[in-house]
Design a protein around this ligand. Structure first.
Ligand code: OAD
Length: 243
């Protein structure tokens, strides 16, 4: 891929960069996206049955098992060339913030240091009653494990539809978007708020918007640069072009 010289020169001079990633970045690791018409998780399952507080109240075991399955899968796969390139690119900028909607922990495993998890992380659990956080727990596979603190049901430490995002993560993401000189939106459909509005907040403050996606999205008409294709191919090329 040939990147426009004006973009590479701009990035060479930039010191503050923010990146928003979505499920597309992990697709080449073998994890399913949400909205792909055939392969997406929400093509097979209804989010109302698995990713809302009401669904957990109705059938905690079904919801726990859905996330246990995804946790297992995320643990089996490896970060791909796109995750690794983002960790390399981070080192080129004095202020670099990676904001992710992904809950799979692959950015951290690839070596990214400054990661804001907007939607939580499936490798962690927390108590649905007392909010006690856990990184490890015994899972018999038969039932939802109890909180060691109060006995309440454990739930995955992720954000469900209808829930608010972790306040600190969201304010740090807004701050990074408002103060960056370049904002990258990578592998996200841009359909879920408030994450989707971050690129527009960055643009309003004068940042250059760069989008990398397999398909055009609602952001594409507002992007200064749109690179269509897979992030696992384009990001390593970008990292080399910045050398
Ligand atoms: P989506 O499934 O909505 O979108 C994935 C995007 O990645 C699409 O725009 C694809 O075109 C693109 N894509 C797929 N493969 C790609 C690849 N190899 N390289 C580059 N782009 C690729 O996933 P998200 O935008 O992450 O929230 O979804 C946002 C939120 O909706 C998720 O965090 C999740 C979901 O419901 C919660 O669970 C709260």
């Amino acid at each position: 891929m040939d990147f426009p010289t004006e973009l590479i020169s701009y990035l060479h001079a930039a010191t503050r960069v923010a990146v928003l990633t979505g499920a597309g970045v992990s697709q080449e690791s073998g994890l399913r996206t949400f909205r792909d018409a055939q392969e997406g998780l929400w093509a097979q399952y209804r989010p109302e049955d698995l990713a809302t507080p009401e669904a957990f109240d109705r059938n905690p075991r079904l919801v726990w098992e859905f996330y246990a399955m995804r946790r297992l899968k995320a643990g089996e796969v490896l970060p791909n060339a796109g995750h690794i390139a983002l960790a390399e690119i981070e080192n080129r900028f004095p202020a670099f913030t990676l904001i992710t909607q992904n809950v799979d922990g692959l950015h951290q495993r690839a070596g990214s240091q400054s990661v804001i998890e907007l939607h939580g992380n499936i490798t962690r659990a927390r108590c649905s009653k007392c909010d006690f956080f856990l990184e490890k727990w015994a899972d018999s596979g038969d039932d939802v494990p109890p909180c060691p603190h109060c006995g309440g049901l454990l739930r995955p430490d992720v954000v469900w539809f209808g829930e608010t995002l972790p306040a600190q993560a969201l304010s740090a993401a807004i701050e990074a978007a408002r103060h960056c000189q370049a904002f990258f939106s990578i592998g996200t459909s841009g359909l879920v708020q408030p994450a989707a509005s971050l690129a527009f907040a960055a643009k309003e403050r004068g940042a250059v918007i760069v989008e990398i996606n397999a398909e055009p999205t609602p952001l594409t008409p507002s992007a200064d640069f749109f690179f269509q294709g897979s992030s696992g191919k384009i990001l390593p090329q970008l990292s080399r072009a910045l050398n």
